[in-house]
Design a protein around this ligand. Structure first.
Ligand SMILES: *Cc1c(COP(=O)(O)O)cnc(C)c1O
Length: 376
């Protein structure tokens, strides 16, 4: 069986050894005589799987004990509602601020408006001149000293890697320096979680759907500083109240057991491959190879402001868009799959998550060159 190089934005490639291990354990997990799918979520086997996943993730992130790790359902879109329901009212009148840099942060901003007062602290949704070049809307990050955060807000939300646009925050600001020391950061890190070291203690909360870079669809990793937990609005469903989920170690109700198990295997794979620092070194080499080639030719173009180009999601356009179909057909024939860009931006997108090795990116660059030779 030939598996193509998979550049899907999500659900996306998983490490092959993780898939092999899940297959080998499918009918009988560690002599239990059961598949993980058939176990009680309160039985000793699954409790061990879940607690180990939590402690491996804590190790990987170097996360201190005053932060809770929760495995939840609902995805990033679910958290766009679950976060406001839990946090927005913690300082009285529900209020939150947002940095808008693309599709996903805009979605978070819009959803939170159903639960309280929202305010755009900064936005890149307009064209701008930067470094002598015109940047299109949502292809850049507003400089931190221009952010206007309401000091009475319950939190400041940003999406640290815009999966569709391809814009990545390489660092997170200190809200104290923005004149809002009591406003914690809430970060949607779905599409670059575990791709590099991240100091989660610089934010109050972070969440990530597993299906981009950390496991299968169905589980969302939610990390919250414990003092932010326990302020849910009365309308918050009990099963989504962080106080309940954290107190019960993600087993307040039935969690997505199989997805947690596979995510746990991915955490062990990351640990065995140099941890998040090892992932970063590999991801940097992959991104340098791909951007290096895109920048060397006018046949292709990546539209993102260079300092904030995502290492995970690389959108690019062909100089002649009438070649798009031929490009995608040729790519599939060459064993390179799911390169079509999101419908909202068009063009192409290569998602080069942790599980896509350097050899996959090298194969993509070879194909880019060959296609250019034929049609350039
Ligand atoms: C994919 C994605 C989401 C949405 O995830 P769902 O699981 O489909 O709800 C939210 N934020 C980011 C950054 C994403 O990449």
């Amino acid at each position: 069986m030939a598996r193509p190089w998979n550049f899907s934005a999500g659900p996306s490639a998983l490490p092959e050894v993780v898939l092999q291990q899940a297959a080998a354990e499918m009918l009988d997990w560690h002599g239990s005589g059961m598949s993980v799918m058939e176990m009680s979520h309160r039985g000793k086997h699954f409790v061990q799987i879940c607690d180990e996943a939590e402690s491996d993730l804590r190790d990987l992130l170097g996360l201190p004990a005053d932060y809770a790790i929760m495995f939840m359902q609902g995805g990033g879109s679910g958290e766009n509602a679950i976060v406001p329901m839990n946090l927005m009212g913690r300082r009285g009148t529900p209020a939150a601020d947002f940095v808008v840099t693309g599709h996903w942060s805009k979605r978070s901003y819009k959803e939170a408006g159903r639960y309280g007062s929202t305010h755009v602290a900064a936005s890149s949704d307009q064209a701008i001149q930067l470094d002598g070049r015109e940047q299109a809307p949502l292809t850049w990050v507003p400089p931190v000293d221009s952010w206007q955060v309401r000091p009475e807000s319950a939190y400041l939300h940003l999406c640290s890697n815009e999966t569709i646009g391809g814009v990545e925050f390489m660092d997170w600001p200190d809200t104290a320096a923005l004149g809002a020391p009591d406003v914690p950061l809430v970060v949607d890190a779905s599409s670059h979680f575990l791709s590099r070291p991240m100091d989660v203690t610089r934010c109050g909360m972070l969440y990530a759907g597993a299906q981009k870079n950390a496991g299968p669809a169905g589980v969302t990793m939610v990390i919250a500083r414990r003092d932010l937990i326990g302020h849910a609005l009365p309308i918050c469903p009990s099963a989504f109240d962080y106080a309940n989920v954290a107190a019960e170690h993600s087993r307040y109700n039935t969690p997505p057991t199989f997805a947690i198990y596979v995510a746990g295997l991915v955490f062990k794979w990351v640990k065995a491959n140099g941890g998040v620092a090892g992932m970063e070194a590999a991801n940097k080499a992959k991104a340098d190879l791909l951007y290096g080639y895109l920048d060397s030719t006018s046949f292709y173009r990546n539209p993102i402001h260079a300092p904030v180009r995502s290492r995970m999601n690389v959108p690019f356009v062909l100089h002649d868009e009438s070649l798009n179909d031929a490009f995608l057909q040729g790519a599939d024939a060459a064993g390179l799959t799911q390169l079509k860009g999101h419908k909202s931006v068009g063009g192409m997108r290569a998602s080069i998550y942790n599980a896509v090795p350097l050899a996959g990116v090298a194969a993509l660059v070879e194909y880019l060159k060959e296609f250019e030779r034929r049609y350039g």
